[in-house]
Write a protein that binds this ligand. Sequence first.
Ligand code: FAD
Length: 349
Amino acid sequence: MIETDILIIGAGPTGLFTVFEAGLLRMKCHIIDALPQMGGQLSELYPKKPIFDIPGFPSVLAGDLIDNLHEQIKQFEPGFTLNERADSLNRLQDGSFEVITNKGTVHKAKAVIIAGGLGSFEPKKPPLKNISSFEDNGVNYFVKRPEDYRGKKIVIAGGGDSALDWTIHLAEIASSVSLVHRRNEFRGALDSVEKVKKLKQNGKINLITPAEVIELHGKEKLSAISVERDGAIEIIDTDYLIPLFGLVPKLGPIGDWGLDIEKNAIKVDNSTDFSTNIPGIYAVGDINTYPYKMKLILCGFHEAAIVCQSIYQRLNPNKKFILKYTTVSGVDGFDGSRKEAEKQVVTAI
Ligand code: FAD
């Protein structure tokens, strides 16, 4: 059982920055994310794109922003449960919450902040009838540890950046890599397309286009696949099939937790503290909705700051929340008395 003050569901930019705001107030955080890495949409959908509306950064690559947010919160030592989806939520008798993931990890927290963005990203699965029986037995929708593929035969299916990037990367590691795509053209970066074509010319990979995987074979583990190209069927021996057809966001289990939902988003009270209809549960970032809501990173950051001071007051009813400037207090001095804070502000002025 993992115990923490605040459990954050979603390791996108909002969830990550929430750790910082909570850390200033000496509240410990743990984050759950369904994806194997942090960063939400920024890591998954546009890591190499520049963002122009982060205050103070005329331009910052999405991937760099996530790296910086991670660097900024390291000092507060948040815990992470990655690659697991928060599935169920129960309120316990002492008023705290228990959240259990799809892999059975149990988390207990005094407050829950849902920073789930567009919902948990689920891989788009190819419509192959027995695919679920091979999941984790030869069919993988994510490449978590490239080393697992050393010396193995691999088929990658897809035509976007992920399919191209992993084909290039795994060509160095696997004993054979075949890339199957239903068109002759690819949707990924031109540079990656060029690299893949070069690998094919040098005999380092098999490029099978326009073609589709139509059947999986094997007893308990995957051993081969059937591919259809121009009406002809070819059987390819393989240890792994990695379908990389993108991800679909799904509100998923969060929709069944008794929260007020409007158009796939959680209704919150923006006149106070972004609380949901369940006391002790808050929602920040893209997943919440209220009048004039803007699904922007900077709005998520603002909401995170408000929520954290509200939780601080809830968990410390006898202490008064005092707004302090990090320029004055640094990140260590946030738990002093009003007098001390006022003194600091006066000194600063
Ligand atoms: P997300 O980034 O969506 O992260 C949510 C995380 O929660 C995900 O990782 C998801 O896996 C996880 N999650 C959800 N449900 C569960 C669950 N049940 N269990 C475990 N994990 C769960 N915004 C700007 O401000 N400026 C821009 O220039 C800009 N450009 C964009 C360009 C593109 C192409 C796109 C798609 C978006 C852009 N945005 C931009 C929007 C911005 O990306 C979002 O506002 C931002 O990602 C919201 O952050 P978040 O942390 O709320 O959610």
